[in-house]
Design a protein around this ligand. Sequence first.
Ligand SMILES: *[C@@H]1O[C@H](CO)[C@@H](O)[C@H](O)[C@H]1NC(C)=O
Ligand SMILES: *[C@@H]1O[C@H](CO)[C@@H](O)[C@H](O)[C@H]1NC(C)=O
Length: 489
Amino acid sequence: MLPPHFSSNTIVLLCLFFTLLQATPPLNLTLPHQHPSPDSVALHVTSTINASLSRRQLTSSSSSSTCGTGNPIDDCWRCDSSDWSSNRQRLADCSIGFGSGTLGGKNGRIYTVTDSSDNNPANPTPGTLRHAVIQEEPLWIVFSSNMFIRLKQELIINSYKTLDGRGSAVHVTGNGCLTIQYVQHVIVHNIHIYDCKPSGGAVVAASPTKVGRRGRSDGDGISIFGSQKIWVDHCSLSHCTDGLIDVVLGSTAITISNNYFTHHDEVMLLGHDDKYVLDTGMQVTIAFNHFGQGLVQRMPRCRRGYIHVVNNDFTSWKMYAIGGSGNPTINSQGNRYSAPSNPSAKEVTKRVDSTDDGEWANWNWRSEGDLMENGAFFVASGEGVSTLYSKASSVQPKAAAQVDQLTQNAGVFGGPRDDEGQSGDSYSGYGGGGTGAIGGTSRGSSSNNDNNFFGMIFGSNAPPRPRLTLSLLSLLMICVLSTSTLLLS
Ligand SMILES: *[C@@H]1O[C@H](CO)[C@@H](O)[C@H](O)[C@H]1NC(C)=O
Ligand SMILES: *[C@@H]1O[C@H](CO)[C@@H](O)[C@H](O)[C@H]1NC(C)=O
């Protein structure tokens, strides 16, 4: 059958070659809603801010303090001709950055939460927040009065939902807390979220028809997982067991804006694992946030991906502000970084688990127009240290001098934004002084907890995996079989 010079080795090599050829095309590493040119999105954000601040300067004498602040998100809905409460869905037009175009419950019904209980996570009572968030249809969810919602289990939010806490003081705490998993188009706005604890081992509804047993959760404030088009705006977050906001496993097109973070060790984790290739497409805008008292590290901590950190106020930190590993791109523009008094913690940046600068010399970490206070310094790398980078950004980010103005209303509107001690059991990981606090609460990366994620029982929600699947396996089988047949004959 075969010419004699065809050795079995050649066949094996040929088999491998065709197997690889076959295996490459099905790998699609582009995430849904991933932007092809993240630098252009960042540029658009800075020019939007510039335009908004310029408008404010033109009208400053006449504007009230709630409208015309120069914050492009707030001005978009607070300066609208109609009162915001009669046109709540206007908010959905106001996001900027990678999460812009997040619809939430736009064009859906208004669902009014009237019942603050969470007595039956498997079959929630109509009128509760849990009943609202699991529905399949787009819903704009509002609250009939001030509410303290103590969750029994994670709140699993379905696609096309807005949680709109404007007009009421809405506090969410307990077990969970917010889980945004394998969904799209969710807006979380003006909600207090704190004291979130690990949960699990219980039956929870994820939709009216999908009900199943959940694995253990980490106790994040908001856990964003394999999801796209998510916008978290004007929330106040503190005191959770794990992260305040985690963004992992193929999530992208996300904006985290106008939030008020306090009293927490590991504030924000962006990216699941250094080796998780899909997170290369993770694109997150972090704008106008107030990083306040009692924060230790991870504001954020990034893996892979493109993170635009613009016009935030970092009032202090205990270890570092922005950390990363696995070659993330970090574009820091117009922030105020105010270093702690500890002389060994002045550096804004940290290359996590990386002592060898040969390893990170090419990571693109750049700082432009940032205001460094109290000895803070940013260690740039990659294109960040060369002039190559200046062409990526022809509009100067607005000077950090404007940060006060842009972040003056960060967190939940009105009322206290720092939720320390709201529910009695405050976060114990911070405040012990020294490094004890860090050792005590650090849980490393979420990669330790993968089994929770993949232990999900909801069949239709399989995590995104590269499709190195059957075709490859069957080809290998054929190769092995034919080779051994040949050798035996
Ligand atoms: C890869 O996935 C993205 C997002 O789902 C999609 O837009 C794109 O068309 C896909 N590309 C190919 C070659 O299938
Ligand atoms: C900022 O906006 C103003 C008004 O829109 C414009 O004239 C100016 O050129 C912008 N500045 C930069 C640096 O683009």
